[in-house]
Design a protein around this ligand. Structure first.
Ligand SMILES: Nc1ncnc2c1ncn2[C@@H]1O[C@H](COP(=O)(O)OP(=O)(O)OP(=O)(O)O)[C@@H](O)[C@H]1O
Ligand SMILES: [Mg+2]
Length: 415
């Protein structure tokens, strides 16, 4: 990724509550690495966010996760200066927003970003409709257009028919959905969401999560979401920042978090995660696959390899590595003996026995179980990039992933 791809760059941001005139001293103590409790004891200042640095790429779904009180909301709010950070730089689209005037920050908030607050933050004297229209109104969108857009997003969050109700007559989960609709209505470049799904019952929750994943893919906006729900983080997040006591401990993809946790704390955090939901085909596939060209030249060495490696046969690929089919060992042998022309034994590989590198293992199980041949892993251009065997899958299921997974995957560091 080059710097063009970076939408948000947070550098050494700290946030301190209390401490009065001793705040400066507290900041110096942060730099010296003094523990939070000690800083509080000596200065009375509470370090809510400690020297946080991370980047978020355009189009990314970035998650901030951690236990209650660890500083997630504070960090999220600091990004658009709803809470003024005590120190640090925050670059959005190449501008250090710490240097913007009040008015410029107001414009940034209303034009480029949208926020879903943890406690809804709805305007009590406005109806659902008027709440959702609010952001568009601030941007000066004409009434008719505003209304149409509002109706669209109200439907997306499943609140049709509630347009004329006031927030006080809605349940918590419904109010939360109004908050989400209001944020979505503005098509923000950067969407900040503080536990937007936490008050929802499971069915609506997973429906909204799915809808969100779809929207993100379709519109390509950038989302930073706070959650304390591991499953939610692993399902939705491209990368996840884990926060403990105000500090970012690790920033990593779901795969990396589960297979290569930075320390014991993270390990205990992700312990409950099901590898089947998190790991993708890419992480367990063998890339050294036996293949042969469609004209079945070099039959003998291929047969030998199939026998040596106790495989079922060979995949057939064209010269650009695109998957053409598969051929069983028996057919290869017959072809080599000259008994018949083997090319008509090449079987087409149906979608039922192939998968994409990004498919979660959860979706790969039934394929592997359903065939004696290894499952082909095929990328979006149709090229064969690997295979998954029953053995490999079983090893993974038995948590034997560490030595098989490429731990050199990039991006484990906090940037
Ligand atoms: N305005 C404030 N003044 C003093 N302390 C505050 C203030 N806001 C937050 N804190 C403290 O900072 C810490 C982090 O709070 P924050 O709301 O960011 O946590 P959180 O991770 O979002 O928690 P939760 O998951 O419960 O929402 C907490 O200990 C909180 O008590
Ligand atoms: Mg919070």
């Amino acid at each position: 990724m080059n710097s063009q791809d970076i939408l948000l760059d947070v550098r050494n941001v700290s946030q301190i509550f209390g401490g009065g005139r001793k705040q400066q001293l507290a900041l110096e103590m942060i730099e010296q690495g003094v523990p939070r409790d000690e800083i509080q004891r000596q200065t009375g200042a509470f370090v809510a966010v400690r020297d946080a640095s991370f980047v978020v790429h355009r189009g990314e779904f970035f998650i901030i996760m951690g236990l209650s009180g660890c500083g997630k909301s504070t960090l999220l709010r600091a990004i658009i200066r709803l809470i003024e950070p005590a120190t640090g730089e925050i670059w959005i689209n190449g501008r250090d927003i710490m240097k913007l005037s009040r008015e410029e920050v107001r414009l940034l908030r209303s034009r480029e970003t949208a926020m879903v607050f943890q406690r809804y933050g709805l305007l009590p004297h406005r109806t659902v409709m008027a709440n959702v229209e609010f952001g568009l109104e601030v941007r000066g969108v004409p009434p008719q257009e505003r209304r149409e857009r509002a109706l669209e997003v109200i439907a997306q969050v499943g609140l049709e028919g509630w347009e004329d109700h006031y927030p006080s007559s809605l349940s918590g989960g419904m109010q939360q959905r109004v908050g989400v609709a209001r944020a979505l209505s503005c098509d923000p470049q950067l969407l900040l969401m503080d536990e937007p799904f936490s008050g929802l019952d499971p069915l609506i929750r997973s429906r909204m999560q799915r809808e969100f994943a779809r929207l993100q893919e379709e519109i390509g906006h950038t989302t930073i979401m706070v959650t304390h729900d591991l499953d939610e983080a692993l399902t939705l997040g491209d990368r996840i920042a884990i926060v403990r006591d105000g500090e970012i401990v690790q920033v990593a993809t779901p795969n990396e978090l589960v297979t290569n946790p930075a320390d014991e704390y993270i390990e205990s955090f992700v312990e409950g995660a099901s590898p089947a939901k998190v790991l993708t085909a890419r992480y367990i596939m063998d890339t050294d696959v036996i293949t042969i060209q469609p004209d079945l030249t070099s039959l003998q060495p291929t047969i030998q390899r199939v026998i040596d490696e106790r495989e079922r046969g060979s995949f057939v690929v064209d010269e650009s590595q695109r998957l053409v089919g598969r051929i069983w060992l028996q057919a290869l042998k017959e072809s080599a003996s000259g008994a018949s022309d083997g090319t008509h034994w090449i079987e087409k590989v149906e979608p039922a026995v192939s998968t994409s590198p990004d498919a979660p293992l959860f979706d790969v199980f039934p394929l592997v179980v359903g065939t004696r041949f290894p499952v082909a892993v095929v990328d979006s251009s149709g090229a064969l990039v690997g295979q998954i065997t029953k053995n490999k899958l079983l090893q993974t299921l038995m948590h034997d992933v560490d030595e098989d997974v490429d731990t050199a995957a990039p991006g484990v560091a906090a940037n």
